[in-house]
Every structure is written in structure tokens, then in C-alpha cells.
Design a protein. Structure first.
Length: 50
């Protein structure tokens, strides 16, 4: 019983790790978030100057 629970927890950990890896590598991850943040900041600054 303990081994089964431990196996399920380990499987969930692996699934989460793979999901994070796919998000970071294939969907832009941190670079995309930083680019969006920079774009919003640029729009805010340009809006203040107008």
C-alpha cells in the first residue's frame, strides 16, 4: 500500500516536471512573460507622455 502511494506521488511529480519543461521550452516561458511585461511597461510610459 505504501509503495503504491509513493508511486502515485512520484508519477505526479514527473508529470508536473514535464509540464513545466514543456511550458518553458515550447511556449516561451520566462522570455515570453518578460517580453509581455516590457511591452506593458513601454505602453504605460508612452501613455504618460502623451
Amino acid at each position: 500500500m505504501f509503495a503504491k502511494i509513493l508511486g502515485i506521488i512520484f508519477a505526479l511529480f514527473i508529470i508536473c516536471f514535464v509540464a513545466i519543461f514543456i511550458e518553458e521550452v515550447f511556449l516561451g516561458g520566462r522570455r515570453l512573460r518578460l517580453a509581455k511585461k516590457a511591452c506593458l511597461e513601454r505602453k504605460r510610459v508612452e501613455g504618460d507622455n502623451v
